[in-house]
Design a protein around this ligand. Structure first.
Ligand code: COA
Length: 143
């Protein structure tokens, strides 16, 4: 799974909300028996030291726990692993457009196992509408 974006209002950061959002994502992976989650993490405090250190050194220090990054450190704390750097990931002066590809491996993943249930139940009304849809010979849906 690719994690596009998660964001907590600045006034509510550091209170466990982001952690719950990450846990919810991990739960989806477990339920769907997916191998892992890949995301682009913005090292958002890099701009503070960018004049004096390379992004490689910065990320190494964050990974080693010698330096705290408001975003990346929290994700590493939740079990993500830093995989590689991504230049020009997104326009963001805080990271000088860098991102770190981070990966979370689902420890419960079982190769070949089919997920037990769909993630969402389709509402009954919508199911009925789906049944009434017939297909044209060329494969295009029609009613
Ligand atoms: C990244 C973001 C979503 C985190 O949300 P948050 O609510 O501040 O995060 P939390 O307070 O739940 O902290 C997350 C985890 O990091 C841990 N943590 C907090 N401070 C830490 C520190 N100094 N060192 C290590 N871990 C720390 C927390 O303990 C928590 O883990 P736990 O639940 O196991 O205790 C939030 O900072 C944000 O919205 N950032 C801007 C948008 C963004 O860049 N999103 C990510 C794009 S990839």
């Amino acid at each position: 799974m690719y994690g596009v974006e998660s964001c907590v209002h600045p006034e509510y950061r550091g209170r466990g909300v982001g952690s719950l959002l990450m846990d919810a994502r991990f739960d989806v992976l477990r339920r769907l028996n997916l191998r892992g989650l890949v995301a682009g993490s913005i090292p958002m405090d890099y701009h503070k030291v960018a004049a004096s250190m390379t992004i490689e050194d910065y990320v190494c220090e964050v990974v080693e726990g010698k330096r705290f990054d408001t975003n990346l450190s929290k994700q590493l704390h939740k079990g993500f692993q830093a995989h590689n750097l991504i230049p020009e990931y997104i326009y963001d002066p805080r990271s000088l457009n860098w991102a770190v590809a981070i990966v979370w491996d689902n420890p419960a993943y079982e190769p070949g196992k089919v997920a037990e249930a769909p993630l969402f139940k389709v509402p009954r009304l919508y199911r009925a509408a789906l049944k009434s849809v017939t297909r044209n010979p060329d494969g295009a849906a029609g009613s």
